[in-house]
Design a protein around this ligand. Sequence first.
Ligand code: MLT
Length: 217
Amino acid sequence: MSPDLPFIHHFEPGARPDAPPLLLLHGTGGNEHDLTPLGRMIAPGAALLSPRGKVLENGMPRFFRRLAEGVFDEEDVRRRAHELADFIAAARDRYGIGVPVALGYSNGANIAAAVLLLRPEQLSGAILMRATLPLSQVADVALAGKPVLILSGAADPIIAVDGAARLAAALKAAGAAVAHHTVSAGHELAQADIALARAWLEKRQAEAAQEPTASRG
Ligand code: MLT
């Protein structure tokens, strides 16, 4: 951790300059190393930037405070989303990487959703695994075609089905290009999540390669 990058984090430079960097955001009780194998599987050769959540719940790192399971401290969600967005901007300068695609799981997916809704310029897209809508009031935000993949678990006991549906609706209303799939799994990830995320990212990369350079980012 350094004063300009005030999150404990792990960074892996990318071997493929054409692949967008991934911002890896772990779930409750995880750390900056948790999602690196997943990131490498989903985006081989991409740069990986992986911060550790600063909030501790019974010693378990998270990205924002919650009052109970599924009940979020929304003031903290907002504050932490801005703090994470500032970190992304500073890390981009430090490591010389482009605007990342977030790959978040559970609590990490929820903070990624909050960054999309509050500081959308810091993410070029997002893969949100087992996510819900983290804010009850969503201010006007322009997501202008930003690609978002939401992956829900059909038997997830932690994230209610309508939470993910509300998230998808809020992102779509803001103009994001949302794909929402429900896989046959619970809160834990399944092989189908990895296959869907990888295929979605490859397609998105192929589309981005067709776009004029000036419109990327
Ligand atoms: C949360 O953000 O609290 C998630 O929805 C659940 C979890 O991380 O355990």
